[in-house]
Design a protein around this ligand. Structure first.
Ligand code: SF4
Length: 541
């Protein structure tokens, strides 16, 4: 492969009487010796001056005997059977510690394996390093072959001021009003956004909280995003609502109670799904739901089963037959309402229609709450023991509820270094992504590319490698990103062809701006849920 030289995009004649070599030297990563034995890191705008043996403000770069090094090893993924490899080949185990100041010694066995299988190795942005200012080529621009086609992957860690987390919390319990502030350690870090089917949604982080408030708000927002992105637990409080502990891939904890079940559906859907199974076991079934409460005999499902009207009158606003809105206030009781007594939503019974002995089942959308009643002579519901057959249907509602999870999606826009690190003419990269010529991944995880302008991507942090995220104190989030495409397309979009290197180059001398110091690396199998990033169609909007 070509040497790391030449195509820096600079004209031969430079302004201010400087030679081209002088300008290049000035813009290179500095490793610059200060008056003392400190060196200056210029991987981000903070420009830390780092003493020997110490790390910079972000804990990501260090001064190792006068050489600026990226502390964490770069992560290389290997293809597995699940992700489409012809064979699953074990690597020699090697995982250097995170805090090594010097680049780790090469593990000859692992490197030999990697080189023997280089088409099954993918260099990720995790630990790859950042470049600043933006025009510098990305740390790694790696050549490979996929299905006989010459490919290239541009690998970097982006610094994101424009980024947020979209958090889906599977619970019926009311977390707080939409638009309410979400706080972490007392600072506003986001808001409650539109609820979805069986889930409450939070929008956290973002440029306004990172940069638009106080220093403390920005710092706490950044730390909260870092921890959630790295799959750690974060406690949040919602103004006028609940306390919730969120952790990607784990059940949410609402007001100290771990959520168990995501509801099978709204009250109307639950009536519709289980109507035939309720039939014959109860004369009336009410599925209590904060959003849409279902009443079986009035619902189309009950009518199709020719069920006898019960004469029940439900509080709230009737939407369509057997479907009621606003039967109670939202809360953490039955079906996401504030009810502990479900009978509170019954306004009364039509004496001309209802009858003594009528069997009533009330149940929540998860089956967690349920009770049976019979109308007495005054048409007042009296509690009765639930028959076994009815209990079985209630348990089936619970069986159809999936485990509650918190899901954390990272959403970010590719900024200056990410785009100019790929090409001198970044709009061509944007166009190539929109034309499905470029696959965008985050730590090897597939990214959904939003339609419209820019390169706005979204990825599930659970599909990204552990500890993919970092921060810099500007404050901003650091996250890996890779752009994979055919070499021919890379050349056509004006890529930094002079910086294309082989996997052997990556292993032998690290990132182009590391002064030839080998970069510590570690190998992992790609997550089984992820397709191999090379040669797969991108997830386009
Ligand atoms: S914060 Fe980190 S990346 Fe930025 S200059 Fe300091 S050490 Fe370098």
């Amino acid at each position: 492969m070509t040497e790391h030289t030449k195509t820096d995009g600079l004209p031969e004649a430079m302004p201010d009487g400087l030679s081209r070599a002088q300008v290049l030297e000035r813009s290179a990563p500095r490793n610059e010796r200060m008056a003392t034995d400190k060196i200056e890191c210029n991987a981000c705008p903070v420009l830390c001056q780092i003493s020997p043996g110490r790390v910079g403000a972000c804990d990501r770069y260090a001064n190792a005997a006068g050489v600026l090094v990226r502390v964490d090893p770069v992560l290389l993924l290997r293809r597995t059977l699940e992700s489409g490899s012809a064979a699953l080949v074990p690597f020699a185990a090697r995982t250097p510690g995170d805090a090594e100041l010097a680049p780790a010694d090469a593990d000859a066995d692992a490197d030999a394996d990697a080189l023997a299988l280089q088409d099954d190795i993918f260099v990720t942005g995790v630990g790859s390093g950042t470049t600043y200012p933006d025009y510098k080529p990305a740390p790694f621009i790696v050549a490979s072959r996929a299905d006989g086609v010459d490919m290239v992957t541009v690998v970097t860690e982006g610094i994101f001021s424009y980024c947020s987390l979209k958090v889906k919390i599977d619970t019926d319990r009311w977390l707080g009003p939409e638009q309410a502030n979400v706080r972490c350690a007392g600072e506003v870090v986001g808001h409650v956004t539109t609820a979805e089917y069986g889930s409450q949604m939070l929008s956290l982080g973002g440029v306004h909280h990172l940069t638009g408030g106080s220093k403390k708000e920005g710092r706490i927002t950044c730390d909260m995003m870092l921890r959630l992105g790295n799959k750690q637990a974060v406690e949040l409080s919602i103004d006028g609502g609940s306390q919730v502990v969120v952790q990607a891939g784990r059940a949410p904890i609402v007001n100290g109670v771990e959520e168990q079940r995501m509801r099978v559906g709204c009250g109307s859907a639950t009536v519709g799904i289980f109507a035939k199974q309720f039939f014959g076991l109860a004369d009336e079934v009410v599925v209590v739901d904060d959003h849409i409460t279902g009443v079986l005999t009035q619902h189309q499902a009950g009518r199709c089963l020719a069920m006898r009207p019960s004469g029940i009158k439900i509080r709230g606003r009737k939407s369509t037959p057997g479907r009621y809105f606003q039967v109670a206030n939202p809360g953490t009781g039955w079906g996401g309402t504030d009810l502990s007594d479900p009978l509170a939503i019954i306004e009364g019974w039509d004496a001309a229609v209802a009858w003594p002995g009528l069997r009533l089942l009330m149940v929540s959308t998860t089956g967690e709450h349920s009770a049976c009643y019979e109308l007495d002579a005054t048409l007042t519901p009296q509690p009765v023991v639930m028959p076994a057959e009815t209990r079985a249907v209630v348990e089936r509602i619970g069986e159809n509820c999936e485990p509650s999870l918190s899901t954390v999606l990272f959403l970010a826009g590719a900024g200056g270094s990410l785009r100019a690190g790929v090409t001198d003419n970044p709009v061509r990269l944007t166009r190539a992504i929109k034309q499905a010529l470029v696959n965008v991944t985050l730590g090897g995880a597939p990214a959904y590319v939003w339609p419209g302008g820019g390169i706005t991507v979204m990825a599930d942090v659970m599909r990204m490698p552990d500890n993919s995220f970092g921060t810099v104190p500007t404050p901003a989030i650091v996250a890996p990103m890779e752009f994979s495409m055919r070499v021919a397309d890379y050349r056509a979009l004006g890529g930094h062809m002079g910086h294309v290197c082989t996997l052997a180059d990556v292993l032998a001398r690290g990132a182009w701006h590391s002064d030839g110091a080998p970069t510590a690396r570690r190998f992992e199998a790609i997550a089984p849920a992820n397709a191999w990033p090379l040669g797969q169609p991108p997830l386009l909007g």
